[in-house]
Design a binder for this molecule. Structure first.
Ligand code: SF4
Length: 163
């Protein structure tokens, strides 16, 4: 079957619905450490292959040793082990200091612009309600948010495909 011309495809494609964040979102990390403590389904710190290599390098460790000491595979996905008692991230030092900040995983870099929370309901309940950086500091434009969302989506894709 012949392919439709690009102009016909362009005409037929539905216009994407404007997002609630089209005018941008103010966010600046306040260093509260709140996203590093256990909070239900968003409490796991998942690790792609690139995350594991980068974090091991930051800690001056061999990737295998780093994985043996700090990572676990749960339901087929690599993630950081948690503090046994609190369930907090194993790299959280004191209340709010990341012990591996330079090498922190992608998901810590892309927060709060994750595909699964960028709908109005989740944003209110799972992000705005507990992250003190929302509404503060730099205005992230819709284009910037799209870029971060794409980065996080790729990272999630790598994770589920064992990369
Ligand atoms: S790796 Fe660092 S930034 Fe990420 S959850 Fe752990 S302590 Fe927080």
């Amino acid at each position: 079957m012949a392919k439709a011309s690009a102009s016909k495809v362009a005409k037929a494609a539905p216009k994407p619905k404007p997002e609630w964040w089209e005018k941008g979102v103010r966010f600046e990390c306040q260093g509260s450490g709140k996203c590093c403590v256990s909070h239900g389904e968003y409490g796991n710190v998942y690790m792609t292959g690139a995350d594991r290599v980068r974090m091991a390098k930051t800690l001056n460790m061999k990737t295998k040793d780093f994985m043996d000491q700090y990572c676990e595979k749960v339901e087929g996905l690599w993630r950081l082990k948690e503090e046994l008692k609190s369930g907090d991230c194993i790299f959280l030092e004191g209340k709010n200091r990341c012990g591996v900040y330079e090498g922190r995983p992608d998901q810590c870099r892309t927060w709060p612009f994750w595909p699964e929370v960028m709908n109005a309901k989740s944003w209110k309940k799972d992000v705005e309600a507990f992250c003190p950086g929302i509404g503060k500091g730099k205005l992230h434009t819709a284009d910037e948010i799209r870029e971060v969302l794409a980065r996080q989506a790729k990272s999630e894709d790598d994770l589920v495909n064992g990369r």
